[in-house]
Design a protein around this ligand. Structure first.
Ligand code: SAM
Length: 335
């Protein structure tokens, strides 16, 4: 499936069925090699084959064709899927050693690799931004900060959906630097200010109507997760909102479901020293400590991403949490 997405097989078949020779011609690849993959994809149920012509099954047409609303291929094409699968194969080693066997140490990662990762997540964050704007009422919101926003795709999509909105991408200095060119090519990106900073050390400088954290809480251990939420919330005015989008999902209290966070919890352990999937009760406690109440949990339309929205309480001041709880910042990336 990843090979098919990377070759854009499903996108090329969107307009109609093709023989392996016709498709090989369009992709400029060897037919004999391509045909093996096409038959494998047919057996998997992603392609149909009739009289030597291959076509997308409804599942492939919905999720693997570029430009479709539910397209999930950006994540695969940019290498994130391979990163996750490679990490999962090292699970036993991570448990034996007590360390993440597929460690992402961003001081050792090249800018190119980091940029590929941010780009790999952009598609999903833009879709979540558009879905967030549809699901929640932003009519009284004028400013929003995307904490640990990576590519800035989410806040750019929010701004694109609402012309009166002013957005800020807040992230580690290197991520901000790499996000610049990506933002320039993202719709809505031209309206985004960029503020480099460390959310474990200090809140963003301004005061905002809303703060958004997508796939950020999960890259921290519990103490750092609490600090990140407290610092993000302290940049929000009383009556404003904090949105936590749990990219890996929110664990049930019995830790037996849903499947996504249960399995991604294993992946996170293989990649980061302290990252984890968290339960709703844990989020609730951290948000409450951060001066937020009136929690609402929702699944976003189309993307199905789990969101917790909380309102900043009136009596809460701009407190923040000084200093990092952990020595090392992973700057992690994972949806
Ligand atoms: C999994 S990525 C999510 C990126 C983005 N929110 C998205 O969903 O596409 C985690 C992000 O958190 C950022 N990050 C990690 N530690 C941080 C810190 N201490 N302060 C600010 N950002 C941080 C990383 O640079 C990265 O962009």
């Amino acid at each position: 499936m990843v090979g098919g997405v990377q070759l854009e097989i499903f996108t090329h078949l969107a307009a109609g069925a093709l023989t392996s020779a016709e498709l090989a011609g369009r992709l400029d690849v060897h037919e004999d090699r391509l045909a093996r993959l096409l038959y494998a994809l047919a057996v998997t149920g992603l392609l149909d084959v009739l009289d030597g012509r291959f076509s997308n099954t409804p599942e492939a047409a919905g999720f693997l064709v570029k430009g479709q609303p539910q397209y999930i291929g950006g994540y695969m094409a940019e290498g994130m899927q391979s990163l996750v699968w490679r990490a999962d194969l090292l699970t036993a080693e991570s448990i034996r050693s007590g360390r993440p066997a597929a460690l992402h140490d961003f001081t050792d990662t090249s800018d190119e690799e980091m940029a590929v990762m941010i780009r790999g997540m952009r598609d999903g964050s833009m879709k979540d931004g558009a879905a967030l704007a549809r699901r929640f009422d932003f009519s009284r919101c004028r400013s929003v900060v995307d904490v640990g926003g990576g590519s800035g795709g989410l806040v750019a999509a929010l701004c694109q959906a609402d012309p009166k909105l002013r957005g800020t991408l807040f992230d580690l200095p290197r991520t901000c630097r790499l996000a610049g060119p990506i933002l320039r090519e993202s719709p809505g990106g031209e309206r985004i200010a960029v503020e480099p900073g460390d959310i474990l050390a200090a809140p963003p400088k301004g005061t905002y109507d809303a703060a958004v954290l997508r796939s950020v809480v999960q890259v921290f251990g519990p103490a750092d997760a609490a600090s990140a939420i407290a610092n993000a919330a302290s940049a929000v005015r009383p009556g404003g909102a904090v949105y936590i989008l749990a990219g890996v999902g929110i664990l049930d209290d019995d830790r037996l479901g849903p499947a996504d966070p249960v399995f991604r919890n294993v992946t996170l352990m293989n990649i980061y020293p302290a990252a984890a999937a968290y339960t709703e009760s844990q989020h609730r406690a951290w948000l409450s400590q951060a001066g937020c109440g009136e929690l609402e949990r929702a699944a976003l339309p189309i993307t199905n991403t789990q969101v917790i929205r909380a309102t900043k309480r009136a009596q809460s001041g701009r407190t923040g949490v000084p200093g990092p709880a952990s020595k090392k910042n992973t700057g992690g990336v994972m949806p």
